[in-house]
Ligand binder design. Structure first.
Ligand code: SF4
Length: 288
């Protein structure tokens, strides 16, 4: 392979391609210099021949001296809210506390023993990110890595979530990430109703304090718990829902995407709706 880039840059490019591949973006080309392929492209990416329409806007441009600047695709108007069936909720109808802050909520949570999940935890995973975020991601509960570090979404699924956030043109520090329950359920089982009921006032206070424009619910368990519905997530993902006065989009959990990569395209559709709602444009490709 001809040397066109320093090894460090080549590695960076390869990492970047894998990053997009992880998101299910497969519309890449292999730039060719006089001697052939200029850098290694992961096989799964290089072999994909048909563009995935949903990712067309962020495909790398063909190598031309001065490509015409692409006009950003118009952002579609958000569809009407769809409110799912409601019933008795595990989330109390809590009045919004005036001047509540994440710091105060964390202090009030303390070394919580309000439910049985405290017995097996290493660390409470309260939440992390921008206290004034316009976008909040909510998962169902911490896993093993999160339990050890006390931070949400830090394992493999967390890395994929970070990539999803960056694909939206944001940094992790721009958003807020938390879970329905703040202690790890044993064997990563779904949180039980009494655990959700005990922990939910803190999630409600977090959301009320941050007051985001959009909540993205990650995974069926979190979505069904928060929305108090028995419908499968595939029936209402990609729809705008309403929860406590906030627009909510439910999508698949990054851990599910690791097991089922084709679902990444669906998640990207959901995130594009969120981007439109937040007025975010697809990030432009860097020239490096
Ligand atoms: S899950 Fe929530 S309510 Fe239960 S012990 Fe942990 S912090 Fe407390």
């Amino acid at each position: 392979m001809p040397e066109r880039f320093p090894a460090s840059l080549q590695q960076k490019i390869e990492d970047r391609l894998r990053y997009y591949e992880d998101l299910g973006i497969r519309l890449f080309y292999t730039e060719r210099g006089p001697g052939g392929a200029s850098f290694a492209v992961p096989e799964a990416v290089a072999s994909a021949s048909s563009p995935t329409p949903v990712f067309e806007e962020i495909a790398l441009p063909k190598s031309t001296p001065k490509p015409a600047p692409a006009k950003p695709a118009p952002i579609a108007a958000p569809p009407p809210l769809v409110v799912p069936p409601s019933g008795p909720s595990l989330f109390e109808s809590t009045d919004k506390l005036k001047d509540d802050t994440l710091l105060k909520i964390r202090e009030d949570l303390g070394e919580c023993t309000r439910c049985k999940l405290h017995k097996g935890r290493n660390k409470i995973v309260f939440g992390d990110g921008n206290p004034k975020a316009q976008l909040v991601f909510v998962g169902e509960g911490p896993g093993a890595d999160e339990d050890m570090q006390g931070l949400p979404f830090v394992g493999r699924a967390g890395k994929l979530l970070t990539q999803m956030i960056e694909a939206m043109g944001l940094q992790r520090s721009d958003v807020y990430i938390c879970n329905v329950v703040k202690c790890r359920p044993p064997e990563n089982r779904a949180p039980e109703p009494d655990e959700v009921a005990a922990c939910s006032p803190f999630l409600i206070r977090q959301i009320d304090s941050i007051h985001p424009k959009v909540i993205v619910c990650l995974g069926a368990t979190a979505a069904k718990t928060i929305l108090n519905t028995t419908r499968g997530i595939s029936q209402f993902r990609c729809e705008w829902l309403e929860w406590r006065g906030h627009k909510l989009m439910a999508t698949y959990h990054p851990a599910y995407l690791l097991r089922n990569p084709p679902a990444k395209a669906d998640v990207w559709k959901d995130l594009q709706k969120v981007m439109a709602e937040l007025g975010l444009q697809l990030p432009k490709k860097s020239k490096s």
